[in-house]
Design a protein around this ligand. Sequence first.
Ligand code: AMP
Ligand code: MN
Ligand code: MN
Ligand code: MN
Length: 285
Amino acid sequence: MNAETGVACMLRYDLHCHSTHSDGLLAPSELVRRAAQRGVDVLALTDHDEVSGLAEARAHARELGLRLIDGVEISVTWSNLTLHVLGLRVDPECAVLRDGLATIRVGRTGRARRIGDALAAAGVHEAYEGARRYVTSERLISRTHFARFLVDAGHAREMKDVFRRFLVPGKPGHVAHDWARLPDAIDWIHAAGGQAVLAHPGRYKLSATGLRELLAEFRDAGGDGIEVLSPSHSGAQVAEFARKARTFGLLASAGSDYHGAGESYVDLGDMPPLPAGLTPVWQSW
Ligand code: AMP
Ligand code: MN
Ligand code: MN
Ligand code: MN
């Protein structure tokens, strides 16, 4: 609160985005600069299964007067579904976290080869080699790199089109994969001193019962919060997840999930304020 004007100083938070260290289009330094230009005060870089971009982001954030939060987005398998769990304020040097993430990244390489084989069986040849050309960190390959290859090779019109026609359950190029276990991901984040936040809960296509089961299990495993504000959520879902956060006693987070121009619905920092009556994940920061 500003003592003279009585106006609350609202900081702009964006606690979810990706750099070239996973499947984003901007280098950490470029991402941080764009965030600062767009008026973001507090930014978490949350690359998939990777913390190697944080040092560069931190160095540039300091120069720009932006507060950088060390983050990560961990891929998890729960009940035959892939979930994403954000770690916020993690220590990127924590060996437990680093070892867990390294195991997931190794799994990604084997999975990518299987995706290549599955696409070849559907008549799309040399997709693994093609996707490799879009990789921006030797340490990590994702479906996004396959998607960029498939668009540029003329197999799909745009990224959204790829994820309708390829790489998803029931479509060419989908392969089953085992990611980390939910309790392990939460434990790694806590071992690294961070908070565990369930990313974009609206993305998982769960029934009402399935969602309650997930949130109960997530909370009982020590999960700290859920991402209420996400471009993956409709207005109704924002209201729904705000209610769930209150019911389950979970903190609330907000993130743009920015990957780069032309690949994201929402730009860095472009989110409304959190709904009332929630405890923000940053309350104690
Ligand atoms: P992976 O972690 O390798 O399974 O890749 C998942 C990534 O694919 C997500 O983090 C998104 O960046 C991207 N993705 C998934 N679904 C879509 C979609 N419908 N449109 C655009 N990108 C998507
Ligand atoms: Mn991604
Ligand atoms: Mn995600
Ligand atoms: Mn993400």
